[in-house]
Write a protein that binds this ligand. Sequence first.
Ligand SMILES: [Zn+2]
Length: 265
Amino acid sequence: MTKTALFIVDVQGDFLPPDGSLMVPAGLLVKPAIISLLTDPKYKWDYVVASQDYHPPGHISFASSHPGHRVYSDIELKDGRGILYEQKLWPDHCVQGTKGCEIAPDLAAKIAERGDTAKLVRKGWHKDVEAYSAFDGYLTDFSNPADPPSEIDPQPARKIVQWLRDQGVTKVVVAGLAAELCVAHTALSAVASRFQTAILQPATRAIEERDAEEQWDKLCAVGARIIGRANRPRTLRWEDELDQWLAAEKAGAWPEWKNKNNGTA
Ligand SMILES: [Zn+2]
């Protein structure tokens, strides 16, 4: 049977008005949509995976860690795995143990009610590794989170993908903040690992709407579905579009790995 995981990306103090250091201006608007996803009994999420940006002080992505470089400028860096990459420098945000790092309390309470089926991914936990996708962190229990690992995992997504496959998850729905960054990267990871993937646009908001539109186009091109896409002619309410997508088995579109494990998975 198809199992479905709802990913709730980074709905944390520092990404939310009124005083988040890296706030998504309309970020609070994701909360009612996500709460209805969590409380309406018609949605049968087998797993809920919340992600949390979880940085130590002095994180590689903070402008304050690179004297002479301005916030929002781009800089070429080598990370803790030895990978060269371009980093956009952010204000300090989501520092472990601060209020800005906490998942919005009203959402956190609803997620925690799910007991063992509620999971947490903490990402960007190592001082010298940046992470946008909720597949690029360590997976732990939502209500009883483990401390970060002692060493960098060069390919953290492998573990999370394997865990989802072991549970029989084939569909992933992504919501949260910020649309064009961590939400889009999470969806791209899910598609890359051959999960049927949908982004629920009414449950996400962007810092820059135009950048989100670009990411939605990219995601559509690789087979993801943008549900409730704004500025598009639409005949269905997003709730109905989501119901249809969740109900569709998409015969012939089963992930390859599932066929290989037939009978066991
Ligand atoms: Zn971050």
